[in-house]
Design a binder for this molecule. Structure first.
Ligand code: DOR
Ligand code: ZN
Length: 425
């Protein structure tokens, strides 16, 4: 099977060309000019072709909460958003903490076949923070990374062991940084707005303290670590300093931290759809995060796609669960909020959503459009204003603070391993 994409702007993080792409089965064969006859053609005149996006942080809720998302609906949401590879977090019920469950996810994902799904194994059994899981078994079952996401490992000694063993097994630790002794009971960022309404806040030190601890352990063990969803200016400063000193630390943030602040929580009457963990920060945090992204202190944009039911999100703010769906509009929101505003170039956005996540996950054949790489790519229209509509959501859950917002770009086609897995309209 040969597929040609013709007349496209082909954008890698470091290079832009105009031309064609020839895909042979699941591999890229040619980038440039394609003369030969093929089985199928896509005319991409006026459109941009980017390496498929890679999300290091999604929640697919399977097993346990398939009423809010499952591997199939999550795969469809990913494909619609231009993602060709996603990593699903282990805070499921039961927790994804064993070889059998990881194997099951790997097999299910393969049989669905829309996008690559890599299970993220739990670091501790039951995500209880007491005993480490079997890293070797999880790796054998397809895990490339481990996390107790949703919680930090309170016990620094256990975290030390986790970082050490992960290094031995060649696994990536993705750390959710939160000191629960500071954050417990808090429902939004501690600051002027939380004080004004007498709402229990989460101080930004809760994140920063754990970022510092995990970086310090990583430095001491000469290991590496990836910090999840950073949301504060202080975390950026700590990571910037560590990187300058050569610590092998990478990190991600999510579109909502670069677009929204705690003012949006107030402006939306403390509705559950604006509640997330870590919480939306201050204007200063948002400015620091976007700057850090442009400067390369923040390596990638992840979605932290966190589906929750409408009933739960409609509960009073204090009781509603944390998190937003994010897969379907991560690119459109980031393009609109960052590239259109000249914070990032399009190439830099590709770096944050494709190239760097591939590098961090250890894929040598993804994240870049070149001959021999896996044919994972996304075709986008960069001149297509549209409103984010509830009725367009393919995820089983609708909990987004961005409903009704206008974005300037649209994913029109997603190609996974040489097959079209999504087409708009
Ligand atoms: O907002 C969040 N939602 N933060 C997390 O760490 C977990 C996630 C979820 O699973 O809902
Ligand atoms: Zn998390």
């Amino acid at each position: 099977m040969k597929l040609a994409i013709r007349n496209a702007h082909i954008v890698n993080h470091d290079k832009k060309i105009r031309g064609d792409i020839l895909i042979h089965n699941n591999r890229i064969e040619t980038v440039g000019e394609v003369r030969e006859k093929v089985d199928k053609e896509i005319d991409a005149q006026g459109k941009y072709v980017l390496p498929g996006f890679i999300d290091l942080h999604t929640h697919l809720r399977s097993p346990g909460r398939e009423d809010t998302e499952d591997l199939y609906s999550g795969s469809r949401a990913a494909a619609k958003g231009g993602f060709t590879t996603i990593f699903c977090m282990p805070n499921t019920t039961p927790a994804l903490d064993n070889e059998g469950l990881a194997q099951w996810i790997t097999e299910q994902a393969r049989s669905i076949g829309l996008v690559d799904i890599y299970p993220v194994g739990a670091i501790s059994k039951g995500r209880q923070g007491k005993e480490l899981t079997e890293f070797g078994g999880l790796k054998k079952a397809g895990c490339l990374s481990l996390s107790d996401d949703g919680d930090s490992l309170k016990n620094s000694s256990l975290m030390r062991r986790a970082i050490e063993y992960a290094k031995m097994f060649g696994l990536l630790i993705i750390s959710h940084c939160e000191d629960k002794t500071l954050s417990a009971g808090g429902v939004m960022r501690e600051g002027a707005i939380s004080s004004k309404y007498g709402i229990r806040g989460i101080p930004c030190a809760s994140e920063a303290i754990m970022v510092f601890r995990d970086i310090e352990l990583t430095r001491y063990l000469n290991a590496r670590i990836h910090i999840a969803h950073i949301s504060t200016q202080r975390s950026v400063e700590i990571i910037r300093a560590a990187k300058a000193q050569g610590v092998n630390v990478t990190c991600e943030t999510a579109p909502h931290y670069m677009i929204l602040t705690d003012h949006d929580v107030e402006a939306n009457n403390f509705h559950g759809n604006w509640k997330v963990n870590p919480p939306l920060g201050s204007h200063e945090d948002r400015a620091a995060l976007t700057r850090a992204l442009a400067e390369g202190v923040i390596d990638c944009i992840a979605t932290d796609h966190a589906p929750h039911s409408e009933e739960e999100k409609n509960l009073p703010f204090e009781e509603a669960p944390c998190g937003f769906i994010g897969l379907e509009w991560a690119f459109a929101l980031s393009y609109t909020g960052l590239v259109k505003k000249k914070v990032l170039t399009l190439g830099q956005l590709v770096e944050k959503m494709s190239y760097n996540p591939a590098r961090i996950a250890g894929f040598s054949d993804k994240g870049y459009i070149r001959p021999e790489n896996t044919a994972d790519m996304v075709i986008v229209d960069l001149d297509c204003p549209e409103k984010i509509e509830r009725t367009d959501i393919v995820s089983k859950s609708k909990n987004s603070p961005f409903l009704g917002r206008e974005v300037q770009a649209k994913v029109v086609c997603t190609i996974h391993q040489g097959k079209v897995v999504y087409r708009a309209g």
